[in-house]
Design a protein around this ligand. Structure first.
Ligand code: NAP
Length: 312
């Protein structure tokens, strides 16, 4: 029997789709949609007005979920740099509206934040490290954390960086590597950018376990392994039996990116592990899970799940 009802905003996004697939057999899932329609077996969808507090509260009352995962936002770093007003609106103002409505109804909020908040001159940042955002995306996500904390003090704020299967309009980093290597393309990957990635499914399961402990506040919900983007590419290629010689070392300074980015986004997950009292999976285990997901049809299912944007 499916007991818990989870509403996930940003329902056509990479995280929401994988989260829904990960838990749809145990939980009732509703994906809150914006512009894109989604069709996913065993999952409900609803177009929602996150920018309208009254309408969102009305929809929330009708749905009465047990948990809201707020995953909507403007996630393309260079787009946020070009349009800081939209970044602030989509990442911070909407997060505040969601947090206020969710808190007023006594619902548990899991707010999805990022590993992008720091200067990146150090590594393995803890939850109490001082943020020093370098770009508009990071500034808007930091503001969201502050507003969500004020509006819903019991919320969980999950700083993360994940990978998983995407779809036509939204490729993940792992998609980019796998599709590129399958097409025989040489891929330049940064040897000097570090992160602590987690598989989206592991993020979903771990977040729900963490919520069940009654924890609140900021948690780094990331993998335990600090790795460069280049090493990630090499290890993923090996796990998928793809040519590692096509993974070429590169440096971020050569990439001419519009927005400055932190060279080290790695986060320390010890607070999470202490709270859970059990270990997380490993990166190699998650690569194996990603491979199994493809064999079981996840990649194909998600490619077909999201429909082109339709006018609102
Ligand atoms: N991807 C990563 O590795 C990563 C790393 C760290 C943190 N995060 C965080 O994780 C969360 C999910 O990321 P993701 O990669 O899954 O995102 P994504 O694939 O870019 O999807 C974003 C979702 O937000 C919706 N959205 C955008 N603007 C909206 C608005 N104004 N009102 C309502 N909905 C809106 C989009 O719907 P439409 O397209 O239909 O408008 C889409 O469903 C975000 O909070 C992101 O900051 C992601």
């Amino acid at each position: 029997m499916r007991t818990q009802h989870i509403l996930i905003t940003g329902g056509s996004g990479l995280l929401a789709l994988n989260w829904a697939c990960a838990v749809r057999q145990q939980c009732r899932v509703t994906l809150g949609l914006n512009r894109h329609d989604v069709k996913l077996a065993g999952v409900d969808t609803l177009r929602m007005r996150l920018d309208d507090p009254h309408e969102f509260s009305r929809q929330l009352r009708e749905l009465a979920p047990d948990v809201v995962v707020h995953a909507a936002g403007l996630t393309q770093v260079d787009q946020c740099e070009q349009d800081p007003v939209s970044a602030r609106f989509a990442n911070a103002e909407i997060a505040k509206t969601v947090a206020q409505s969710v808190d007023a109804m006594g619902i548990r909020l899991l707010h999805i934040s990022t590993d992008h908040l720091f200067s990146g001159l150090e590594s393995m940042y803890g939850e109490s490290a001082k943020p020093q955002p370098l770009n508009e995306y990071a500034r808007s996500k930091l503001l969201a954390e502050q507003w969500v904390t004020q509006a819903s003090p019991k919320a969980l704020i999950l700083r993360t960086n994940f990978f998983g299967w995407g779809f036509w309009g939204r490729q993940s980093f792992s998609d980019w590597v796998i599709y590129g290597l399958r097409e025989g393309r040489a891929l330049s990957m940064f040897k000097d950018v570090y992160f602590t990635p987690i598989l989206a499914d592991a993020l979903a399961h771990t977040a729900l376990k963490l919520a069940a402990t009654g924890a609140s506040g900021v948690f780094n919900l990331v993998g335990s392994e600090r790795i460069s983007k280049y090493e990630f590419g090499l290890r993923l290629a090996s796990a998928f039996g793809l040519p590692q010689q096509l993974v070429l070392p590169s440096h971020v300074a050569l990439a001419n990116l519009k927005a400055p980015r932190p060279p080290d986004m790695s986060l320390d997950n010890r607070r999470l592990l202490n709270q859970l009292g059990e270990p997380l999976g490993s990166l190699d285990g998650w690569f194996e899970d990603l491979r199994k997901q493809e064999l079981q049809g996840r990649r194909e299912e998600l490619l077909k799940a999201v429909e082109e944007a339709s006018a609102r």
